[in-house]
Design a protein around this ligand. Structure first.
Ligand SMILES: Cc1ncc(COP(=O)(O)O)c(C=O)c1O
Length: 391
């Protein structure tokens, strides 16, 4: 089976992890700050807090921004449930903004309309969590301008998007257009630490809160201690944090992987361009071109659309046909508000029509830096066969 995504682990990566295993530090050693430094340098951001998953990073991002009971958070329906669950963990209420029909990213026009309504009804959110779906930045400047107008904080869920840049050329994760940006280092993502995540920010106070929430709300920073002279063993708990720490073994893999961030992104862009050529006459809609002169997609996913007006039947036929031919296609994502858990919260099908249409047609075909041209040709040939049978 050619998977839709997978890690690319080099001998150098393996040697780095082995060296850490043989070192004095398995958990909280020098690899974690080194990994944070590598990501800060790549993203041009002054603060980074590495944690054990993007889910954890999203949770502490909400906590750091003071999201709690009585607050409202908005995200998009086309994402993994983590983008939305993070606000629920804090006791907040969640709602969704519909997506653009072509990119699957947040629709700024839908956001604007919803903000106007929310202001009237006194239900403005405290935080917006846009998702850089497939590694492509949304219209960050417009979303930022809208949120600034209403005093709303932004957490960018950039789980798919390390190594990419926005329409003006700013690196994703630089936090030019948000308060906090979050990355995932799951194996299918651009770079991996097995499980892992990171929260980026430009705000030193947010960075301190993120660091505290990562580890039980505990600090050893003498400048912040109530009793700074209590002794060398001394620490204080200042907030109710968690154990979301990443290990040195994972972080050193991240350090090693970050050395190949640029070639990973180049290869993913090469694969996307090649799909664009090879699928030019196939009966499907290819992902739209990236907007803006400076924009670069990280191409975490290459999502084709099949007959977007349909009820999902054609996508089902292609999914089954391609899986039967050894092509590990996947669907990203089942709209979050369709999940039974979210239906219990009061969400119903039909509430976010653009997201639902997008879902019905969406199919992720294999996209990963280590994919060979031969593997890509097999994907394209299988698509030709399935199209011949179904269209
Ligand atoms: C958009 C998005 N947000 C958050 C997550 C959660 O990432 P992690 O598995 O690192 O917790 C994922 C994982 O697939 C994701 O795709």
């Amino acid at each position: 089976m050619i998977p839709y995504g997978r890690q690319d682990i080099s001998d150098e990566d393996v040697a780095a992890v082995v060296a850490t295993l043989k070192s004095d530090w398995l958990t909280q050693g020098p690899a974690i700050p080194a990994f944070e430094q590598a990501v800060m340098a790549a993203c041009d951001a002054p603060y980074a807090v590495a944690v054990n998953s993007a889910t954890s990073a999203l949770h502490i991002a909400c906590l750091a921004l003071g999201v709690g009971p009585g607050d409202i958070a908005w995200t998009v329906p086309i994402s993994f449930v983590a983008s939305s669950n993070c606000a629920l963990y804090c006791g907040a209420t969640i709602d969704f903004v519909d997506v653009e029909p072509d990119t699957g990213n947040i629709d700024p026009a839908a956001l604007e309309a919803k903000l106007i309504d929310a202001e009237r009804s006194g239900t403005l959110p405290k935080v917006l969590i846009p998702v850089l779906y497939t590694g492509r930045a949304h219209d960050q400047a417009r979303v930022h301008a809208l949120c600034s107008r209403y005093g709303i904080k932004i957490i960018e869920d950039a789980s798919h998007a390390i190594g990419g840049s926005g329409e003006g050329g700013e690196a994703v994760g630089s936090c030019r257009w948000c308060d906090i940006a979050v990355f995932s280092f799951h194996p299918v993502k651009i770079v991996t630490t097995a499980e892992g995540g990171m929260a980026m920010t430009r705000d030193p106070e947010l960075a301190t809160r993120l660091q505290d929430f990562r580890s039980h709300g505990i600090t050893k920073d003498r400048a912040r201690l109530v009793e700074p002279d209590a002794g060398g063993w001394y620490y204080e708990q200042h907030s109710l944090g968690l154990n979301y720490r990443i290990t040195d073994m994972q972080a050193i893999l991240g350090v090693s992987q970050m050395k190949r961030l640029v070639p990973f992104i180049e290869r993913r862009n090469e694969i996307a361009n090649r799909y664009d050529e090879l699928l030019a006459s196939a009966p499907l809609t290819r992902p739209p071109l990236v907007r803006g002169t400076g924009a670069v997609s990280a191409w975490h996913l290459y999502v084709i659309q099949l007959d977007p007006a349909n009820d999902g039947a054609l996508r089902r036929a292609w999914f089954d046909g391609l899986r039967a031919r050894g092509i590990g296609v996947q669907v990203h994502y089942i709209p979050i508000h369709h999940q039974p858990y979210y239906q219990q919260l009061g969400f119903e099908r039909g509430m976010f029509p653009a997201a639902e249409r997008f879902y019905n047609g969406a199919l992720s075909i294999p996209m990963f830096a280590a994919m060979t041209d031969d593997e890509q040709d097999r994907v394209v040939a299988a698509i030709g066969e399935v199209a011949g049978e179904t269209c």
